[in-house]
Ligand binder design. Sequence first.
Ligand code: NAD
Length: 356
Amino acid sequence: MQIPAKRLANLAQTIFQRGGADQATAGQVAEKLIEANLLGHDSHGVGMVPAYVLGLHEDQLKPQNQLTVERDHGAFLLVNGNAGFGQVNAKAAMELAIQRAKEQGVAVLGLKNSYHIGRVGAWAEMGAAAGFISIHYVNVLSRTSAVAPYGGSDSRFSTNPYCTAIPVSEGDDPIVLDMATSRVAVGKVRVAHNKGEKMMPDALIDSEGNPTTDPGVMYSEPKGALRSMGLHKGYGLAVVCEALAGAFTGGGMFGSDGVPQGRIINNMLAVLIDPDAFGERAAFDAEVKEFTAWVKASPPASGVDEVMVPGEPERKSKIVRLANGVPIDDTTFEDLLAAGETVGLDRGEAMRIIGN
Ligand code: NAD
């Protein structure tokens, strides 16, 4: 199915409202999920609605909770998301950090104990739109781990995303490197599983540690695991994310004593830096622009249309999906309808919202 973004957003918003979120919160969360779909990251789009609804039912996601500031000194801010919606928490936390970076030239933000913050790029883009280099380390605390350490044969932590957005000259798009440190995000395995597709050969291991392309190993017992991207290097970056986002903020590392299990909690360390801090803003803008043009001028390898910089594939996807609608596979759609039913939204009403 190809569903227009606006209608899909309305459906997600209605489900969250029926689940106990107020209209503004539900709208904000739905908008960010659809934005992820539009940018091509179905792993972080409306496919997350059932997991959020489960969080509401199990009282692990607290829709009314707001941020509280725990520490505030100099450039440093530590805020607690109190298990509220991550899309609301991350936006509010970034607003505080942007204000602080305007005053100090740099801000170091710890956001701990937030429900899932979705596509981390959204928050880095917010920093870049305000004119700052925006660096983000995130860890994920959930019921089960998903990613094996390099050389290990079972999962010990999660997909710990890393993101940096770099603002460039006014009017130009930022560079946005936004990635899971696993070979792929968990949601991409879910999407492949739902579509009955195979994964690439280096993304998964089965329960005995052998490489496999079958996404089903993540949905059967004994479970397999995702592999880190870039072998030991991606694994190393995941460990750094776990330590900086989890231990440094006090939000907790995977498997630590006392870390609440059974939730999709994100902790994030964000560092916002004024690109003019060393008085080199004009040269910075010019050089980043020149370098971008230089790498993009590399003749494309066979089978490749063009050389892109990080952030470009997402912007291209958005143009196509705004025009054609968001593709939703049958299983994801069915899960969405089923999640709606659990909060009293019947299928007929759901179908009317999406215009079918
Ligand atoms: P991905 O592999 O699709 O893309 C990673 C990065 O590579 C992006 O910056 C993209 O612009 C860039 N890229 C992709 N193809 C490119 C090309 N051909 N040329 C140049 N650059 C290219 O992303 P992913 O690792 O699957 O992550 C997906 C999303 O999942 C991210 O938004 C991430 O923040 C999110 N995520 C969130 C959580 C969470 O707990 N909140 C956990 C894991 C991942």
